[in-house]
Design a protein around this ligand. Structure first.
Ligand code: FE2
Length: 343
């Protein structure tokens, strides 16, 4: 299980009964490889944990200053990342099972088993917790890589097309701020932010001079531009995103009254994320400089969404957007805008 050269496993034992504490110390000393710190109540243990990081905690649930499952919750608040093994009396094995359900790694019944069993229980708990941590780190790394990849794709599009330089990033920031204001949960906000970063992906299929040409476009040219929501959605259709990214892209030019494209969807037929994107997109587009015209200003952008709230745009989204702009102004578009942490 362990070789002699490895450092001892550091265990914090929280136990008010000196007899029980001594017995465990003795049994583990016989097995070897453990360094035990003994504290008699929760307050003392919490104080010690401020300065020290053990490998595991052995926790008696009946302490002078805490009792039952409340002891587990208190310990997990103090040391959320440590494996906790609960000590239970002979008659409360059910409490041990409940403890595991509450996130403890394992439980030991007092008076049952020898030093080997206690040692094994601690060692396995430490190993399991380490595996859990590695899994979590791997999942977080995958999420980071996904976001970086989406950002790279977003930048690729913007590099060939001055029209969209920075547009998707700014729309993503505003859309996320609107979504947050509307009370979307963290996972949905993350999806919204991700979808917004590539909402114009389909413009890769549109000749760049169509996008930056001043004045009125021919019907044919406008037809090509109008294909971009479908083209973008088709590109990401094969990507197994954990959010409805393809729908966000496909529906971001749909309008509440059915006047949008490509499908002329109405009202709640349009996914909420796309209704948010529609507002963020138009506010950003009107208030930014374009190669063929100067910025029309934020006021013009807000007037557009207010005038068409309920016809083109979802009024709840418009209200949230107005609140965001009222509180942040242009800062919401800046590079250093402080996005709520979604990753
Ligand atoms: Fe678009």
């Amino acid at each position: 299980m362990r070789d002699a050269s490895s450092p001892p496993t550091k265990v914090l034992m929280v136990e008010d009964n000196p007899g029980d504490a001594r017995l465990v110390q003795l049994l583990l000393a016989e097995v070897g490889g453990f360094e035990i710190t003994w504290k008699q109540d929760l307050r003392e243990a919490a104080e010690w944990l401020r300065e020290h990081v053990p490998d595991a905690v052995l926790l008696d649930l009946s302490l002078p200053d805490s009792h039952g499952v409340a002891t587990i919750d208190a310990m997990r608040r103090v040391a959320p990342d440590l494996p906790v093994i609960v000590f239970t009396g002979l008659n409360d094995e059910a409490v041990g099972v409940a403890a595991v359900k509450r996130g403890c790694q394992d439980y030991l019944v007092k008076g049952q088993g020898d030093g080997q069993l206690i040692a094994r229980t601690i060692t396995y708990a430490v190993e399991r917790k380490a595996i859990e941590r590695e899994r979590q780190q791997a999942a977080e790394r995958m999420k980071r890589v996904l976001l970086q990849t989406v950002k790279a794709v977003s930048l690729t599009l913007e590099m060939r097309d001055p029209y969209t330089a920075g547009h998707q990033r700014r729309v993503a920031q505003l859309a996320q701020a609107i979504g947050e204001r509307m009370g979307l949960d963290a996972d949905r906000l993350e999806g919204l932010h991700t979808g917004a970063l590539i909402h114009d992906l389909g413009k890769i299929n549109v000749p760049s001079d169509f996008l930056s040409r001043p004045g009125k476009l021919s019907d044919a040219a406008f037809g090509v531009i109008k294909s971009h929501p479908n083209v973008g959605a088709e590109i990401v259709d094969g990507v197994d995103f954990p959010w409805p990214i393809a729908r966000m892209i496909r529906e971001h030019h749909e309008r509440l009254d059915g006047s949008g494209y490509p499908a002329g969807l109405r009202g709640e037929e349009i996914i909420l994320e796309a209704r948010i994107l529609a507002v963020a997109d138009v506010v950003e587009a009107i208030s930014s400089h374009r190669p063929y015209r100067p910025s029309l200003g934020l006021d013009a952008a807000l007037k557009e969404i207010q005038d068409r709230a309920g016809t083109a745009y979802d009024p709840a989204v418009v209200d949230a957007c107005l609140a965001v702009i009222r509180d942040n102004g242009n800062a919401v578009f800046r590079d250093d805008y402080d996005l709520p942490p979604v990753m």
